[in-house]
Ligand binder design. Structure first.
Ligand code: BG6
Ligand code: MG
Length: 220
């Protein structure tokens, strides 16, 4: 049977946490009197915590000391962790659980490729940690998306070539990272935002019934 490496982003693809990152960053920006709307937020999706704060400070044209920078990052993460306290299986994005189970049934390898340092505890909360053979997250990469590092690590650890790897992403930076890696990029979200992806669906539930088979024969 043909096999491919199926690599999933976490926030906004597997779980509906993108809205909580947004709220926490918005509060943080407000504390510095920096404008932060959906428009700014879109540019932070898929971007690591440290790069996100750097971008917000650039937008506000503000400089802070390394100590304050660290304190602001800690503050954002505490707010975020507080917002996701009660996260459970009901927060898994529509169709994702079935999609993962179908892949498992077909013995297809599954990896996580996320910028988040909170990835493992979140997958545990959702009860799906065991479905991932490989986890590459914010604790094991140095370069932020759109750099392809996170996805290259994931495919390498699964022992697959980049042409045999498929990435699921909700962010512009993540789609660009998958494309830069030479992998098939499947966008989850709005077509007008994720137009660089090879294909875009609103949700996993919008994919055709035999879409896994389509992906297994898909070429970049
Ligand atoms: C990405 C999110 O998955 O992870 C970003 O899209 C977030 O919004 C980044 O900033 C880092 O996450 P964390 O959980 O380590 O702060
Ligand atoms: Mg994401």
């Amino acid at each position: 049977m043909v096999k491919k490496a199926f690599i999933f982003d976490l926030d906004g693809v597997i779980v509906d946490t993108a809205k909580f990152h947004f709220i926490a960053w918005q509060r943080l920006a407000a504390s510095l009197e920096i404008k932060f709307t959906e428009h700014e937020n879109e540019q932070l999706k898929g971007v690591s915590r440290v790069h996100s704060l750097q971008k917000i400070l650039e937008w506000g044209n503000i400089e802070i000391s390394p100590d304050v920078f660290q304190a602001k990052m800690d503050q954002k993460n505490e707010e975020y962790l507080d917002l996701i306290k009660s996260l459970d299986t009901s927060d898994i994005m529509p169709g994702v659980h079935d999609f993962l189970l179908n892949l498992k049934e077909q013995e297809q390898p599954i990896a996580l490729g996320s910028a988040s340092k909170n990835a493992r505890p979140i997958l545990k909360k959702l009860g799906i940690l065991h479905l991932f053979e490989v986890i590459v997250d914010g604790t094991n990469v140095t370069e932020a998306k759109p750099d392809p590092e996170v996805f290259l690590h994931a495919s390498r650890q699964l022992n697959f070539a980049v042409q045999e790897s498929i990435v699921f992403e909700d962010s512009v930076a993540g789609v660009q990272a998958a494309n830069a890696a030479g992998m098939i990029s499947i966008g989850l979200g709005e077509k007008k935002i994720l137009h660089e992806a090879d294909e875009v669906f609103t949700h996993f539930t919008d994919m055709p019934k035999d879409y896994i088979n389509t992906l297994l024969s898909k070429k970049k």
